[in-house]
Design a protein around this ligand. Structure first.
Ligand code: 5GP
Ligand code: ZN
Length: 142
């Protein structure tokens, strides 16, 4: 896509610190470096978000992530773990609308990455959970 910043990175029109690429994906350092080594993995094909993957592209992209994650982890002995996240939609903090996966190396539980979601389990009855389950199930394959 012409004006997409990540498509420009794929075409090398914008420089990036690329750590891996092949015909399917490109992996490069996130400019924000939330923690040292913070890396983005993107499909070279422009798709906006997770909802646009077909099974083939999903298989191809996801298949490459563990290898890239292992290389990032091996690059620094202080990396103890890694969060992998994928934001979809502005409401979910997506700011670049070319699908990407964040590989965020973790050094301590007190480093610069935070992920917070509430435990609302006490607010749901089994019937409410069943209704949610069925609604999702009904849309499988949409
Ligand atoms: P999102 O908020 O959409 O999940 O993540 C977008 C990420 O892209 C942000 O973490 C941001 O730092 C990164 N980013 C935005 N523009 C550029 C750029 O030009 N180069 C690189 N390497 N990363 C970028
Ligand atoms: Zn794009």
């Amino acid at each position: 896509m012409k004006d997409c910043i990540f498509c420009k990175i794929v075409r090398n029109e914008i420089p990036s610190y690329t750590v891996y690429e092949d015909d399917i994906v490109k992996a490069f350092l996130d400019i924000s470096q939330g923690t040292p080594g913070h890396t983005l993995v993107i499909p070279k094909k422009h798709i906006a978000n997770i909802f646009e993957y077909d099974e083939e592209l999903a298989s191809e992209v996801f298949a490459r992530i563990p290898k890239i994650a292992r290389a990032v982890k091996a690059s620094n002995p202080d990396i103890k773990g890694m969060n992998i996240l994928n934001n979809n939609g502005q409401v979910a903090y997506q700011s670049v609308f070319h699908s990407h996966f964040h590989l965020v190396p973790r050094y301590t539980s007190n480093d610069d990455f935070k992920m917070i979601f509430k435990d609302n389990s006490n607010k749901y009855s089994p019937d409410q959970l069943k209704a949610i389950q069925e609604s999702i199930e009904q849309h499988m394959g949409d």
